[in-house]
Design a protein around this ligand. Structure first.
Ligand code: PZK
Length: 287
């Protein structure tokens, strides 16, 4: 717990603090959400896995786009970051048909104004990754918007820049992950601008909370895919017949242990580092 710093925001599973005028502290908890509900049981080290992965990707994509990472704290779950002016859109890239993209495609044959081939099935790979911006909903779900609506919010030039940058980041990470048996089906970025007006990648990047990670070895289009990290939790919750309203159920020990192992496995496959090494010295992910 940071001392004597102002708490300025809470996400479902993260907290944001102000360190000074120029820097924020982003702290990832071990809380887990499923079906949009935060469960009463934590997954030990989940926040460290997500912070370590995010820092790993920031280090590896710095030449694609500047990012807000200033320092990774020794606790392994806190990132000191540059304070930015945040853009008012969510920048989503989709390489596969899933989630709200799939719903929009079923209803209209397109996603955010991208015409797509007919007869795509659930989970199919798209011909090319597409940029599908969304609004930032304060409560409830982000809503997909067209590029014209996004341009009205950030300006046409800035939109062109975030689209090209988002696609380049996705291609880099999706290729890296695919070589290690993980499909990154889609991902969400948040960008800000610095004092000079430069575009900066913020928030978390390519974590299982900001992306859909699917195990490549069981990939089978035509159905929904199991989540790399949360599938044990979802299966357990489905087995209870829980109505998916708050409060969610406590998780039994074997579901906690199995889920923690999946997070650690994602970390180790993607970074090629042992998670034990990360706990000893978090900065290993930056080198
Ligand atoms: C910023 N959020 C989302 C809300 C969280 C995260 N570098 C930055 N500069 C200015 N603002 C933000 C960031 C970042 N990242 C991020 N809101 C503002 C958010 C609540 C809890 F952990």
């Amino acid at each position: 717990m940071p001392e004597a710093v102002a708490h300025i925001g809470s996400g479902k599973v993260r907290e944001l603090y102000a360190l000074d005028e120029d820097r924020l502290l982003l702290v990832a908890s071990d809380r887990i959400s499923t079906f949009d509900v935060v469960l009463p049981t934590e997954i030990p080290d989940k926040g460290r896995v997500l912070t370590g992965l995010s820092a790993f990707w920031f280090a590896r994509t710095a030449d694609v786009c500047a990012n807000h990472l200033v320092a990774l704290r020794p606790d392994g779950r806190s990132l000191e970051c540059k304070r930015l002016e945040m853009l008012p859109i969510e920048c989503v890239v989709r390489g596969y048909l899933a989630g709200s993209g799939s719903k929009d495609y079923q209803a209209t044959g397109e996603i955010c104004g991208h015409a797509l081939p007919p007869a795509l099935r659930e989970s199919d790979r798209l011909p090319e990754p597409i940029f599908t911006p969304a609004t930032k909903a304060q409560t409830g779900h982000d809503e997909n918007i067209t590029r014209d609506q996004a341009a009205a919010l950030v300006g046409a030039d800035r939109l062109a820049e975030v689209e090209a940058t988002s696609l380049a980041l996705y291609r880099f990470a999706a290729d890296h992950a695919a070589e290690r048996g993980i499909i990154i089906a889609d991902t969400k970025f948040e960008f800000g601008t610095d004092a000079e007006g430069g575009l900066v990648l913020a928030d978390e990047a390519f974590t299982p909370d900001s992306s859909r990670f699917w195990p490549a070895d069981s990939y089978e289009p035509g159905r929904g895919q199991p989540s790399f990290d949360k599938q044990f939790v979802r299966d357990y919750c489905e087995s209870l017949g829980w109505d998916k309203t708050d409060p969610g159920p406590e998780l039994p020990e074997q579901v906690v242990t199995g889920t923690r192992a999946r997070y650690v496995e994602a970390f180790e496959r993607l970074t090629e580092l042992s998670f034990g090494r990360y706990l000893e010295d978090p900065e290993t992910v930056l080198r």
